[in-house]
Design a protein around this ligand. Structure first.
Ligand code: KIV
Length: 295
């Protein structure tokens, strides 16, 4: 009897080994459906706490809870089989102490089964990152613009324009790498600083609004496909305009329902076959498991 072959997931060790090599492709995913669609195309899926803004309509990420992250993390694991899945620790779940961080990260590793966690913070989080990595929890760092700290650092502006700020962010990146992070997100930093960080640290830098100098790139998937927000930040490239497509489809559906054009007889149960319109020759039947599709 042959053993069924299982797809091997990309590991954090594979990601670290990409330093200076082929760029690491990363996107966010919050749901099983998105994970299914992205899994073949990315090295890493981040279950980002940006889901608070993108899915839940919050103004920032601060109100996101660990329970929300665990639920979405489990969905992304169910929808993917190849990507390295990393879960963002939400505000308040790791900053208090290294013990609190370990307890909550261990819960995530057990309940979600992901490859590791992401923490925001620089030098001030280095001790916690060391504590976690020495105890078996892989950590993706996050330096530069830190959305969980916007209330004290002054909004979503780019970082590293002044020499003083650039020096502090570089020191953060070095501290995070030295503490054992397997890679780090570098967010919203000016190009010369992103380049310097990437040239200085021994682990991959994953940029978002941090220039092509980084070892990899990440975007929020809903930004990439035009599903989130009227405003497009400078660092986002829209590869599709799905927001407009969904809105157009909903408007057409509404018109059809009001005009009684939908549903047609072909969408009805219990209608004799001869009363149904003949199927169009080239249309393939779609499998729709779990839903009654026989009349
Ligand atoms: O929460 C998130 O989605 C993130 C990425 C944008 C890096 O932190």
């Amino acid at each position: 009897m042959s053993t069924p072959t299982r797809t091997r997931r990309t590991t954090v060790i594979d990601i670290t080994a990409r330093k200076g090599g082929e760029p690491v492709v990363c996107l966010t995913a919050y749901t099983a459906l998105t994970a299914v669609l992205l899994d073949d195309h990315v090295d890493l899926l981040l279950v980002g706490d940006s889901l608070g803004m993108v899915l839940y309509g919050l103004d920032d990420t601060l109100a996101v809870t660990l329970d929300m992250m665990v639920a979405h993390g489990c969905a992304v694991m169910r929808g993917s089989e190849k990507a390295c899945v990393i879960l963002d620790m939400p505000f308040g779940s790791y900053q208090e102490s290294r013990e609190q961080a370990f307890r909550n990260c261990a819960r995530v590793m057990k309940e979600v089964g992901c490859a590791g966690v992401k923490l925001e913070g620089g030098a001030e989080m280095a001790e916690t990152i060391r504590f976690l990595t020495e105890r078996g929890i892989p950590v993706l760092g996050h330096v530069g613009l830190k959305p969980q700290s916007v209330n004290i650092t002054g909004g979503f502006r780019s970082r590293g324009k002044s020499d003083r700020e650039a020096t502090a962010i570089l020191a953060d990146a070095v501290a995070v790498a030295d503490a054992g992070a397997f890679a780090m997100v570098v967010e919203g930093t000016v190009e010369p600083l992103s380049r310097e960080i990437t040239e200085t640290v021994a682990v991959p830098t994953i940029g978002i609004g941090a220039s092509p100098a980084c070892d990899g790139q990440i975007l929020v998937t809903e930004d990439l496909v035009g599903l989130f927000g009227q405003f497009k930040p400078k660092f986002v490239k829209r590869y599709a305009e799905m927001g407009g497509m969904i809105s157009k489809a909903a408007a057409t559906y509404a018109r059809d329902v009001k005009a009684r054009r939908f549903p047609g007889l072909e969408h009805c149960f219990g209608v004799p076959a001869k009363a149904k319109p003949k199927p169009k020759p080239k249309t393939k039947p779609t499998a729709n498991p779990g839903r009654p599709d026989k009349g």
